[in-house]
Design a protein around this ligand. Structure first.
Ligand code: GCU
Length: 624
């Protein structure tokens, strides 16, 4: 069915905002010179890519990164980035030779690849050659799925981009630098934790460093689709049978009035719209039929977007998520979110998740425990997780790593947070499985933080009006049998996450039975609770670190949940034991946080079975 599409009131962050923010980032953040606007390509995994995964040479640049930083902390463009062989200059003796250096696998953290690098959190330089045959009229971007924590990229000795943030993708245009034949790329990755970083210096997970996700080259036409949003129209209330689709397609560097086609054959949609002066083409179209996405029917549609010479096809599900009083409504129906927290720790092999196999194992666990929900703690995960959740019908809480003590008093930290929020939302806004954007975890209840995070929550709302905004709060106040949440930041949230460890960090497990919660009249997700147990360690229910005590704590949590009328979801901390340098009780932790329901090598504890049964019976909480 051919329809002309009307202009929609779809909000897309204007390019002006993105440009202003990007310029601000480059001009303000120390060590960043002004760079051409870095765009972020949406749907990279649905485009033809030339993979740069594989063996990269590497050189360790021991702290403070003498080859990467000049004496005044600027990035040094004239050292290893030159990739000379072998190279000895001046008194500094920058002696190196990538071609003879050892190699690291990309994607992959360096910590689990080289024993001497296990605890290394400094600078590592990566280098590889690649063949190119640039085609006239096309543009090429270097795509990095994630690099932890700060990255600086050179191609053929020219610096192309810099990025801060260890868990979101970035794209660097390399068009002008490529020549036919052998080219080379050098990427310096600095895993140093920063007081004004996101996260900051104290974290309860392992700071895996390096090019931790896929790296590739993406070639697109001169004018191409760099951003799009195709979603079920989201009006003031859910309308059963609604088949209206809304969104925008953004075409970079196309003349005003460029025709853009949106085709969803299975939904009977073919629409053509035109770009405005900013390259934006909003649309509203009616599908002739639509099966809404849900855990029971994770229906995805082939959506083809075309503009000029560019064309790409994504797999998109359509659904409606909103709150109504204390209920969470999915497609107009109240739901209870029963799931688990997950860190991006590869089951059994350890290290950062970066493969289809890692993701399949994690989702195997979630399905086996009858979960319909997962909190991707505490940062955006590999995009494969959202793709798998879309396919398997698992709803997602996605979060930027404002974990505990962030420098909320610094405007440059706010700018970094906004950039990270944009990157997370831009990458995943077309993933039906993502229903919640979280802007923080366990931050101190003070006015500086509340203002900072309230602004950030509102920024998320302006970027995406179709999802719910949440955060995990641990600012509860428990006095005797009463628990309250005297935290004004809760006012800024659609859904409130509560982290508490009654029976493990505080009080006895039995105390939970009689706790009365006074919480705001909003949907609440118990976003963290649990206890530690070493797999195979057995004993009485009052013996800490045994599987039996872990079960006992959770059983009493379940009793407490029945006294929280607005409880609409639970995610125990955590699906699987994970590496954390702060967990140093020999024989019990040995560098692992043991609150997992599964051991780090894939062995299921008794608590796993407890959740599997409770979720099968839907006995933990009510959707309304
Ligand atoms: C906190 C925090 C987690 C941490 C957990 C724990 O709530 O959010 O990141 O691992 O508690 O102490 O085990």
């Amino acid at each position: 069915m051919f329809q002309s599409a009307s202009r929609a009131n779809v909000s897309r962050p204007t390019l002006r905002t993105v440009v202003a923010l990007s310029m601000y980032l480059w001009l303000v953040l120390p060590g960043f010179a002004q760079r051409p606007l870095q765009t972020l390509l949406v749907g990279v995994d649905r485009r033809d890519q030339t993979t740069l995964n594989g063996d990269w040479h590497y050189l360790v640049d021991q702290s403070p990164g003498r080859a990467l930083y000049t004496a005044n902390g600027e990035v040094n463009d004239k050292s290893y980035a030159m990739n000379d062989h072998p190279h000895i200059v001046g008194s500094h003796n920058d002696e190196y030779d990538f071609s003879a250096a050892p190699t690291l696998k990309v994607p992959g953290d360096w910590n689990t690849q080289v024993p001497q690098l296990f605890n290394y959190e400094g600078v590592i330089w990566y280098q590889r050659d690649f063949e190119a045959l640039p085609k006239a009229g096309t543009r090429t971007f270097l795509h990095v799925g994630a690099a932890n924590y700060r990255s600086h990229v050179w191609v053929n000795q020219k610096r192309v981009c810099d990025h801060e943030g260890g868990y979101t993708p970035f794209d660097c245009e390399v068009t002008a630098l490529l020549h036919p034949g052998t080219n080379f790329v050098v990427i310096a990755v600095d895993a140093t934790r920063l007081a004004d970083g996101i996260p900051s210096v104290g974290i309860d997970w392992f700071n895996y460093g390096g090019l931790t996700r896929d790296v590739s080259l993406v070639t697109v036409p001169r004018a191409f689709i760099d951003d799009y949003d195709v979603h079920l129209a989201h009006g003031p209330e859910f309308l059963p049978g609604n088949t209206e689709l809304s969104g925008y397609v953004h075409v970079l560097d196309a003349p005003t009035g460029t025709a853009v086609t949106i085709a969803i054959p299975e939904a009977g949609v073919t629409a053509t719209v035109k770009t405005d002066a900013e390259g934006n083409a909003p649309f509203n179209v009616k599908a002739t039929n639509l099966t809404l996405w849900s855990p029971g029917t994770p229906k995805l549609y082939k959506v083809t977007l075309a503009a000029g010479e560019d064309k790409l096809t994504d797999d998109i599900g359509f659904r409606d998520i909103r709150v109504d009083g204390t209920r969470i409504l999915l497609n107009g129906k109240a739901v209870f979110l029963q799931g688990a927290n997950v860190h991006a720790e590869a089951p059994v092999r350890g290290g950062r998740v970066n493969s289809d196999q890692d993701v399949a194992t994690i989702f195997g666990y979630l399905k086996e425990m009858n979960a319909n929900f997962v909190r991707l703690a505490h940062y955006p995960h590999d995009e494969r997780m959202e793709r798998e959740a879309d396919r398997q019908g698992i709803m997602i809480w996605s979060e930027i790593p404002n974990w505990q003590h962030i420098s909320f008093d610094k405007s440059e930290v706010y700018a970094k947070d906004v950039a990270m929020l944009h990157e997370m939302i831009r990458r995943d806004r077309n993933k039906a499985s993502v229903i919640l954007w979280s802007v923080s975890n366990e931050t101190p209840n003070n006015s500086t933080r509340t203002t900072f995070l309230t602004n950030l929550a509102n920024e998320a709302r302006t970027l995406d009006r179709t999802r719910l905004i949440t955060s995990a709060l641990n600012t509860t106040h428990i006095q005797g049998n009463s628990a309250t949440l005297p935290d004004p930041f809760a006012d800024a949230l659609d859904v409130i996450g509560v982290n508490q460890y009654i029976g493990w960090y505080t009080g006895k497990p039995e105390d939970a039975d009689s706790i009365q919660w006074a919480l705001p009249q909003k949907p609440v997700i118990m976003s963290e609770f649990g206890a530690e147990a070493k797999f195979g360690n057995h004993g009485a229910t009052n013996e800490r670190w045994t599987e039996e005590q872990q079960v006992y704590v959770i059983q009493h949590q379940f009793v407490m949940f029945k006294n929280i009328p607005q409880l609409r979801g639970i995610t125990p901390w955590i699906l699987a034991d994970f590496r954390s340098p702060t967990r140093n009780i020999p024989k019990l932790q040995d560098g692992y946080n043991r609150k997992g329901l599964i051991s780090e090598d894939g062995k299921k504890k008794q608590a796993f079975t407890l959740f599997q049964k409770a979720y099968a019976e839907h006995s933990v909480g009510k959707p309304e």
